[in-house]
Design a protein. Structure first.
Ligand code: FES
Length: 113
């Protein structure tokens, strides 16, 4: 296997159904608050066996009211995250496919194939 294919294989790209980007600040939130959410996201995705890729971002260009998360392919944006909110989002949205509507800031699915 070539190194690029090996990297895709290692990240679980082919099995992934979603991709979550989480901004950990520093402008939308304190980095320590973003990192606390990131740790819950990592733990929940692993524990629940959710086929989801995770990317820690330094900015999603909102820059206030964070930490911000966007979930693709559906394009659901959540702000003002806490570890507790992330726990519920992982279980209801990422694992069960039901966005937590009371916390959704925007729905913006990108055009697909
Ligand atoms: S720093 Fe988080 S959206 Fe810009």
């Amino acid at each position: 296997m070539n190194p690029i294919d090996a990297a895709f294989c290692k990240m679980g790209l082919d099995a992934s159904e979603k991709h979550v980007f989480l901004c950990i600040g520093p402008d939308c939130c304190a980095t320590q608050d973003g990192l606390a959410v990131w740790e819950v996201l990592k733990e929940r995705v692993a524990k629940l066996g959710i086929p989801t890729m995770r990317t820690k971002a330094a900015c999603l260009r909102v820059c206030s009211g964070g930490p911000w998360m966007v979930v693709y392919p559906e394009g659901v944006w959540y702000g003002a995250l806490t570890p507790e909110k992330c726990h519920r989002i992982a279980e209801e949205h990422l694992a069960a496919g039901r966005p937590v509507e009371e916390w959704v800031a925007r729905h913006h699915p990108l055009a697909g194939e």
